[in-house]
Write a protein that binds this ligand. Structure first.
Ligand code: SAH
Length: 266
């Protein structure tokens, strides 16, 4: 269904020249952008966007806006990240309305904080527009609630690698003991080590695990497996990044809540 929806009446913030707005674009499905994000797109002079941003969203921008692809940094705090922050600073200093568009939520493993700090250091005004993070909204598209009644009262979000791209030097025992549900971002590369660490920490071989790749996009794929079989099954199913991995009892809810399959059958 094609539909052009103007912004509903609200006192929408005005994007002033020389400002940077750091905005989350959601996990993939363009409709998961927020209305503040749409308001930003309509006013921005320049849009600096990441690899995981759905380009359909860019079509909603002011047609005169310049679009700059900032690529991805392979999980490393690389020279490139410094360059991006520097680029945001320079664009703002040249008097542009700069929209920095990032996949998911800018403050969830998105380096939004680092970029905002670079702006603060240069005295540049900014606004943060949260987005739907892949670890919540992406799992919802697979029919997995990150919390559910009796299943869990807490959830832990974990990055599978650190700032240098190495397997995270985390206290896996504490992580394993701390929450019934773990949501792993950027974990595919080091999944063998991570699943071993969780098993060593006492999580059972039979613990349910879901791997959701391309969540909320037309390429979404879901692998349901167990902690013991995870590495082998990822290989057999040729699951690829970007993927969110959910470990814990909520994964079983997908058997009844996989709404995309229910819709497809109706
Ligand atoms: N700021 C983003 C996360 C960026 S880190 C957010 O809040 O979602 C990049 C990681 O996010 C990927 O390695 C993957 O683990 C996850 N991710 C982002 N988009 C995804 C998608 N559509 N499907 C599955 N995982 C995704």
């Amino acid at each position: 269904m094609k539909n052009t929806i103007p912004l509903p009446p609200l006192d929408w913030p005005e994007f002033l020249p020389g400002w940077v707005w750091l905005c989350g674009a959601g996990p993939g499905d363009a409709g998961l952008l927020t209305l503040h994000g749409l308001n930003a797109l309509q006013q921005a002079d320049v849009i600096v966007y990441d690899a995981l941003v759905n380009e359909e969203i860019l079509a909603w921008a002011n047609p005169q806006a310049e679009k700059i692809y900032a690529g991805k940094c392979g999980g490393k705090i690389s020279a490139k990240q410094v360059d991006i922050s520097q680029q945001l600073v320079e664009l703002a200093q040249s008097g542009k309305r700069v929209l920095r568009l990032k996949g998911g939520d800018p403050f969830v493993f998105g380096r939004g904080g680092e970029e905002a700090q670079a702006l603060v250091a240069q005295g540049i005004a900014f606004r943060i527009i949260p987005g739907i993070s892949a670890g919540i909204g992406g799992l919802a598209y697979a029919g997995i609630p990150v919390t559910h009644g009796a299943a869990n009262q807490s959830v832990t979000f974990v990055s599978g690698h650190d700032r240098k791209g190495q397997a995270s030097a985390l206290n896996w025992q504490a992580i394993s003991d701390g929450a019934a549900v773990l949501v792993l971002y950027m974990a595919m590369k080091h999944i063998a080590r991570i699943s071993r660490a969780l098993l060593d920490a006492g999580r059972p071989e039979g613990e349910p695990v879901a791997v959701v790749s391309g969540a909320s996009t037309p390429d979404q794929r879901v692998l349901e497996t167990t902690l013991g079989a995870l590495v082998k099954d990822i290989e057999t199913a040729a699951m690829a990044a970007p993927a969110i991995i959910c470990v814990g009892p909520v994964v079983n809810l997908r058997q009844t809540l996989d709404w995309q399959a229910i819709v497809a059958k109706a």
